[in-house]
Design a protein around this ligand. Structure first.
Ligand code: PLP
Length: 496
């Protein structure tokens, strides 16, 4: 390498790139590459020429070919920085997602949603009937909740106890007592960043590779996803559309093996809106009792029951069994974004003592849940419950449910069971009539043709391509428009 030509080209490239010596030293350090201050100043002054490695570093930083910098090519051969970066990137190894995610499905925010986002980015208006997030549809958080959180914000700057604030857990304990949960202790109550975090945490705490857990089909897919991610094997039992979507107890029991550790119920149910009566719950308890299973009950919609239906917590019927009940404020208090949920261990806690060590370990590892959101649990659970005005006749949730239920059943080729709670309905499509063999295609076709976004039944671990879920949170005018468009779409739809 010719010394003076190298230093001349180095200075030239630095000038072109508007980089000083100090910039190059800093950039090299940021990339974890060696380039000393005095070393660089000797290169620039032409006293020393660099070794191959340092030459590569400088060429990379300046975005010029190393050969040119070394004086071997014509000045014109210097390539722009961006190309050199691309070449470097091409030599980078590929980073793939972990294979643990290979069998994890979470379509509620899946490919059809991605397509809707792409269409929205291009300026299209999408009618979203796909996600149970109340706030964007005008369901407001009770003023008192917001006021109380604001008031306590400065006291919520530190981590809390990993299970949660005393005041929050006390309120949850009292709520659990009202619901008849037996043997609830403060140390068996855990707050989480939504029920979601606690589903994941409890699945990791319980399941060894290959352990089986019974989960409903259709399900809220996070349960199946988290059980899979934890190494477990979700086994789906059927909920029977002909029987108001109640669990098929015979099917549930037939799927139990010697590896089955637990069963999950979602009551009130997402996506069907079913609420299980006491007799059905008693039968499920019997199954769990016979086969020594733990019961996980997701009851996040328990305060959104309609038609005077009473919600019964399964844990209240199983004082001798290990039960975990999940609930939170995302839906009943329209604060899905604040992220606050909880789980309560009840009944036979003695047989869960080792599992509890695992739960504690994982709870400690995430330090604690969102403390400002914990600070309003007491306010939210006590006193006046504004959600009741939504679910009684004349209230938005109830009226919208009635409207959607009627409108769907009026469409030729659609039938739907009336939901008793929450804000979802899971209609059946006559797959023969429309020749539907791919429900994702159905959702995509509806999206492309009518700009309506729904979630396909398969997204809820429903095997047949003959259902989809509608969220009836949008206002009546929007729902009416959607139902008209859906009827119009189905009047000619036929899958190839
Ligand atoms: N469980 C069910 C049945 C749900 O439908 C949802 C959200 O839609 C969740 C849990 C998650 O709730 P959170 O917001 O508390 O994480």
């Amino acid at each position: 390498m010719e010394q003076s030509q190298f230093s001349e080209r180095l200075r030239q490239a630095m000038g072109k790139a508007h980089l000083k010596q100090a910039d190059l030293v800093r950039m090299a350090a940021e990339r974890g590459e060696k380039l000393g201050k005095s070393q660089l100043s000797q290169y620039v002054s032409g006293k020393v020429t660099p070794r191959r490695e340092a030459l590569g570093t400088l060429a990379g930083l300046l975005g010029v070919p190393a050969e040119w910098l070394a004086g071997q090519q014509d000045v014109a051969a210097a390539k722009p920085r961006v190309q050199v970066h691309t070449e470097r990137e091409r030599t980078m190894r590929e980073f793939k997602k972990s294979s643990k995610l290979d069998h994890v499905l979470y379509d509620v925010r899946g490919p059809v949603v991605d397509e809707a986002a792409r269409m929205e980015a291009e300026g299209e208006r999408i009618l979203k009937l796909n996600i149970g997030n109340p706030a964007p549809f005008g369901f407001r958080t009770p003023d008192e909740v917001v006021k109380d959180m604001r008031q306590q914000l400065t006291e919520c700057e530190g981590y809390s106890d990993s299970r949660g604030l005393f005041s929050a857990r006390k309120a949850i304990m009292q709520y659990s007592q009202v619901k008849g949960l037996p043997n609830v202790q403060m140390e068996h109550i855990y707050t989480g960043n939504g029920v979601s975090e606690l589903i994941q945490l409890s699945m990791h705490a319980l399941l060894d590779d290959g352990d089986e857990i019974l989960i409903p089909s259709p399900d809220y897919p996070l349960w199946t996803a988290c059980a899979t991610l934890a190494g477990g094997h979700p086994v789906h039992y059927l909920c029977d559309e002909q029987a108001d979507w109640y669990p098929d107890i015979a099917d549930m029991e037939s799927k139990i093996s010697d590896r089955t550790k637990a069963l999950v119920i979602i009551n009130p149910n997402n996506p069907t809106g079913a609420v299980y009566p006491r007799e059905v719950l008693e039968q499920i308890v019997e199954v769990a009792r016979r086969h020594q299973l733990m019961i996980f009950s997701d009851e996040i919609y328990d305060r959104l029951c309609m038609d005077g239906v009473e919600h019964v917590s399964i844990a209240s019927l199983a004082p001798d069994l290990p039960c975990i009940t999940f609930s939170g404020l995302s839906k009943s208090h329209m604060i899905a974004g604040y992220r606050i949920g909880w789980m309560v261990l009840s009944g036979n806690t003695r047989c869960m003592s080792d599992f509890l060590l695992g739960v504690n370990m994982l709870s400690n590892m995430r330090l604690c849940s969102n403390v400002p959101a914990q600070s309003i649990v007491q306010t939210a659970l006590g006193g006046y419950q504004s959600v009741e005005t939504y679910v009684r006749p004349g209230g938005r949730v109830c009226d919208q449910r009635d409207f959607v239920y009627r409108a769907l059943n009026e469409i030729d080729g659609i039938t739907a069971v009336k939901p008793k709670a929450a804000f979802y309905i899971f209609p059946k499509i006559d797959a023969k009539k429309f020749n539907i063999h791919d429900d994702e295609q159905f959702a995509l076709d509806l999206l492309h043709e009518k700009k309506i976004l729904v979630t396909r039944g398969g997204g809820f671990n429903w095997e047949q391509p003959d259902h989809f879920r509608v969220v009836y949170l949008p206002r009546m005018e929007v729902l009416a428009e959607c139902m008209d468009d859906l009827a119009d779409f189905l009047s000619t739809y036929h899958q190839d």
